[in-house]
Ligand binder design. Structure first.
Ligand code: RIB
Length: 311
């Protein structure tokens, strides 16, 4: 029996991943090593992460009426995500992300396509789905009016929102004040607060963001894990685990899906952040944003193994 109900409002992309030994410099042409077409998009990745962890998950978003759109819907469905509220729009291509995967890092250009057609009215039409959720998860790869509408609907029905501020952009205080949790990475934290993390402590930026209204900041710190603080609380660090990294694409999405699923199952924030860090650590050991998302059993096995290794 599935417990927990997560609704994700966000993007679906086909990721066109080019493996290369290094990034080209401006104006340069180099030969890449491999190209892969794999399902992605921050919203869809987070939905797949949550569904594989065993919670009921519904996706709201849009794809084009094209082959990429069909593949993305099949991929979501195959992972157990309900896709009946993903609209299919004619005359607009499904979103794509052009990803260059170099040994040390990746760089991404997103062309939103159909993701850019999600309106506030689309979200309002699915308000009943949001009203039944335990957690609503939103990112910033769909138009702001749709993001605001999702947050408003969740607020109206008393459903906590996790706002993943990716890709980074400045956000209105009114929106931030309605987010129970906000989950920036370091660069998003800098963009949102203007605090330069190369010279200032992390907690200063976390406090600056808390002053803008969200109930809790959960900062993702890559290989260092995560840090979280509620207003009036203290900064708590959650270490990550040493793993063999294959592909970091979607690591933040794995974290957000893990956090959402655990909170939706009624677990504490401390437990949920720990769980999300493990989900993210496992996700980077496999290639592909969605293909790398672990199942609940894999996360539990990993927990047992790292727990034993630590004793
Ligand atoms: O977070 C990773 C995702 O960002 C990729 O799957 C790509 O589609 C972009 O949206």
């Amino acid at each position: 029996m599935m417990t927990g109900n997560v609704v994700v409002v966000g993007s679906l992309n086909m990721d066109v991943v080019v493996k290369t030994s290094r990034f080209p410099v401006e104006g340069e042409t180099i030969l890449g090593e491999e190209v892969h077409f794999v399902p992605g998009g921050k919203g869809a990745n987070q939905a797949v992460a949550a569904a594989r962890l065993g919670v009921r998950t519904t996706m709201l978003g849009a794809v084009g009426e094209d082959a990429f759109g069909q593949t993305l819907l099949q991929s979501l469905h195959g992972s157990g995500v309900e896709v009946g509220h993903v609209k299919q729009v004619g005359g607009t291509a499904t979103g794509i992300a052009s990803i260059m995967l170099a040994p040390a890092d990746n760089s991404i250009v997103v062309v939103p396509g159909a993701n850019g057609t999600v309106t506030a009215a689309d979200v309002q039409a699915s308000e009943h789905v949001i009203a039944e959720a335990d957690i609503v998860l939103v990112q910033l790869e769909i138009p702001m009016e749709a993001v605001e509408s999702a947050v408003e609907a969740a607020w109206k029905h008393g459903v906590p929102v996790i706002l993943n501020p990716a890709p980074a952009r400045s956000l209105p205080k009114q929106l931030l004040g309605k987010a129970a949790y906000i989950t920036p990475n370091r660069s998003e934290l800098q963009t949102l607060t203007g605090v330069d993390l190369s010279s200032r402590p992390l907690e200063e930026a976390v406090d600056a963001l808390l002053d803008m209204g969200p109930g809790c900041v959960v900062a993702t710190l890559g290989a260092e894990g995560a840090a979280w603080k509620q207003r009036g609380g203290r900064l708590t660090m959650q270490q990550s685990y040493p793993v063999s990294v294959v592909d970091t694409t979607g690591a933040g999405d794995a974290f957000n899906g893990g956090l959402a699923s655990c909170l939706a199952m009624g677990r504490s924030l401390a437990d949920s952040v720990g769980y999300a860090v493990r989900v993210s650590a496992l996700a980077v050991t496999k290639f592909g944003a969605q293909d790398g998302m672990p199942t609940r059993e894999e996360v539990e096995r990993f927990h047992t193994n790292v727990g034993e290794a630590a004793t």
